[in-house]
Design a protein around this ligand. Sequence first.
Ligand code: DQA
Length: 139
Amino acid sequence: MKITIINGPNLNLLGSRETDIYGDQNFDSFFKSLKLKYPEIDLDYHQSNIEGELINIIQDSRESDGIIINAAAYTHTSVGIGDAIKAIDTKVIEVHISNTFSREEFRHNSYLSPVVDGIIIGFGLNSYELAIQSILSQR
Ligand code: DQA
């Protein structure tokens, strides 16, 4: 089983960025722990700060059994990322580290939510693990 995790802009700075909101763990160390915990899954990880690159990664990941995407700020702006998800048949879970609905109003809209299979929001980095478990439980 292959699961691809895709992170959008500024998530490469996790661990030092707004730690009161996003916590102090960097994603690379979190990803290593996920790989150790789920050795049976071929877990793949990509991050980009560039919208078009994220669209390319989504297209290139369409053979995965599941995609977990945190499009970060592009969640709230990108018709293109929403269309890329619509264009593939792969199961896609949208995740967010923070509870976007308890934050500024512009974070309440998502161009991804209407086109993904499920959404996990507000559980810190654990949102990614919950998404893995949801994909595993629906196999
Ligand atoms: C985020 C929430 C977004 O609103 C924000 O732009 C991010 C991170 C989250 O995981 O909580 O960069 O997607």
